[in-house]
Design a protein around this ligand. Structure first.
Ligand code: DGL
Length: 283
């Protein structure tokens, strides 16, 4: 058995890297749906269908758990799949399988509160707001998932989202760093203008953006903390596996990388992030 990691493309590698560090002995299969990337501009129904197909593929490869290392899939598709598809699919397979997302661990890290916690609305005047910027795909921004879920837990955090429609496709295609730096700077400037001041903290709410995390760091005010989804997800998976020993993560330390797109090497941008060559097999 193995842990599956799914994204529309190379962005989920940022989460995969953290998971592998946390669980070196586990077996991992990464699936990039590069035939259909980007997801961020697609209608919700398509995102649900593509995400389900990715999960089915990973379960067919022998995964017991699939981590959706994609905010767009986690925000748009996960709940639907858990409610309408997984129960029947589990019966069909006759073994325990589950799909986990990355938004819950990110919100826990951003609020410092467990997911189950919902604040009582006391109507007190909040004197000082902590302004949190979320950079994400248009589908994630449109879902307002970060605004809604953080507001349920913390009324002293004001969330502003910035959709960056061109950024994941640029990263997927391995664009030049100066072009990427210019695009990141424009989005940081746009959100700063909208808020009226720079944000206090930020979430890179699309896993592709971690690949250019240093460019976000350079464009954001010095010292403004970035909430790291990969680390938050790895810690959350650790807690989940402790509570659910029925999910077998394997013990062989095997790593496989599959793509629905063109097999072979990825761009030099991705390899520089990864720290070495990375070859994908045809899914
Ligand atoms: N990496 C994905 C995310 O975290 C999606 C990028 C895309 O396909 O638009 O949202």
């Amino acid at each position: 058995m193995a842990i599956g990691v799914f994204d529309s493309g190379v962005g989920g590698l940022s989460v995969h890297r953290s998971l592998v560090r946390q669980f070196p002995a586990a077996d991992f299969i990464y699936l990039a749906d590069q035939a259909n990337t980007p997801y961020g501009g697609r209608p919700g129904e398509e995102i649900v269908t593509l995400t389900r197909a990715g999960c089915e593929r990973l379960f067919a490869e022998g995964c017991s758990l699939v981590v959706l290392a994609c905010n767009t899939a986690s925000g748009i598709a996960l709940r639907r799949l858990q409610q309408t598809w997984l129960p029947g699919y589990r019966r069909e397979l006759g073994r325990p399988v589950n799909v986990l997302g990355i938004i819950v661990p990110t919100i826990e890290a951003a609020t410092g509160l467990p997911w189950e916690h919902e604040a009582e609305r006391r109507g007190d005047k909040v004197e000082k707001l902590d302004v949190l910027a979320v950079f994400s795909t248009p589908a994630t921004t449109g879902s307002r998932v970060y605004e809604i879920e953080i507001d349920k837990r913390r009324q002293d955090v004001a969330v502003f989202s910035q959709a960056c429609p061109e950024l994941a496709p640029m990263i997927e295609q391995g664009a030049a760093r100066d072009e990427l730096a210019a695009a990141v700077a424009l989005h940081v400037k746009a959100i700063t203008t909208r808020i009226g001041r720079p944000p206090d903290r930020a979430i890179l709410g699309c896993t592709h953006y971690e690949i250019v995390g240093d460019l976000f760091r350079a464009a954001l005010p010095a010292g403004a903390p970035l909430i790291h989804q990969p680390q938050a997800t790895a810690e959350a998976l650790g807690r989940y596996l402790e509570r659910h020993p029925e999910y077998d993560a394997g013990t062989g330390g095997r790593r496989r990388f599959l793509t629905t797109g063109r097999p072979g090497a990825q761009s030099s941008l991705v390899e520089a992030f990864w720290g070495g060559p990375l070859s994908f097999e045809q899914a």
